[in-house]
Design a protein around this ligand. Structure first.
Ligand code: PGA
Length: 255
């Protein structure tokens, strides 16, 4: 399977934005526009408290709905946390793991990532595993090393047969919410090194099933050129996913 046979995946990450009414409006608008979806996969990662309502509205459409984080235990004394199975129970079919804000604002360590990915898969959720370097790490020529470290921790409990349910998002931390997008060369290079690692770890057939998304200041005016990069299989969009006027043109990047 190559880029041309992997279905493009356009995902919106609302983070801690919108309110219930605006969330439901946005889902209705995108659902109406998507029709039967067909040639691309579209999903929103929504605040967990809105998951049940949002997934009820999305029902009957190809729109995916996911949580933005989960904990790896199924039960227990973990005040404030949510088990993957709980997200599933209220209608989520996917989840983000290792988003840079979880890693850098809430100091989630690499050691949690493998267990979180395993818990998500075991609860029948489709995870997007987010990785990416900080500005200091890029300036210090450590990008490849950081990506490799993040992949190694995340894939601790991943087997080749999990590959078709798992997606990677490359999101350079310095490009998230800053208006600064990585250059075509930087994105291409990072994506190629991620794919090379996946091939070594899982074998060519399994690795080729996996999509690698780019995230970090994706906007309607750069979506087409990012999707034109051969090694980019989709986009993870923050700010521009909060309004139909900016998200629909990204979904329809090639029209
Ligand atoms: P941004 O966020 O598009 O607002 O830069 C991307 C993300 O954090 O997933």
């Amino acid at each position: 399977m190559t880029r041309s046979t992997r279905k493009p995946y356009i995902a919106g990450n609302w983070k801690m934005n919108l309110d219930r009414a605006r969330s439901l409006d946005l889902i209705k608008t995108v659902k109406g526009r998507l029709g039967d979806g067909g040639d691309r996969e579209v999903a929103f990662f929504v605040p967990s408290i809105y998951l049940a309502d949002v997934s009820a509205v999305a029902q009957g459409s190809p729109l995916g709905v996911g949580g933005q984080n989960c904990w790896f235990e199924a039960n227990g004394a973990f005040t404030g946390e949510l088990a993957a199975r709980m997200l599933r129970e209220v209608g989520a079919d996917r989840v983000l793991v290792g988003h840079s804000e979880r890693r850098h604002v809430f100091h989630e360590p690499d050691e949690w990532m493998g267990r979180k990915l395993r818990a998500a898969l075991d609860s029948d959720l489709l995870p997007i595993y987010c990785i990416g370097e900080t500005l200091d790490e890029r300036k210090g020529n450590k990008t490849e090393r950081v990506l490799k470290r993040q992949l190694e921790s995340g894939f601790e409990k991943i087997r080749a047969e999990d590959a078709h349910r798992l997606t990677i998002a490359y999101e350079p931390v310095w490009a998230i919410g800053t208006g600064e997008t990585a250059t075509i060369e930087q994105v291409g290079q990072a994506h190629r090194s991620i794919r090379k690692w996946l091939v070594q770890r899982l074998g060519e057939d399994a690795a080729n099933l996996m999509r690698i998304l780019y995230g970090g200041s994706v906007k309607p005016d750069n979506a087409k050129e990012l999707m034109a990069i051969d090694s980019v299989d989709g986009l993870l969009v923050g700010g521009a996913s909060l309004q139909a006027e900016t998200f629909l043109p990204i979904i329809e990047y090639d029209r």
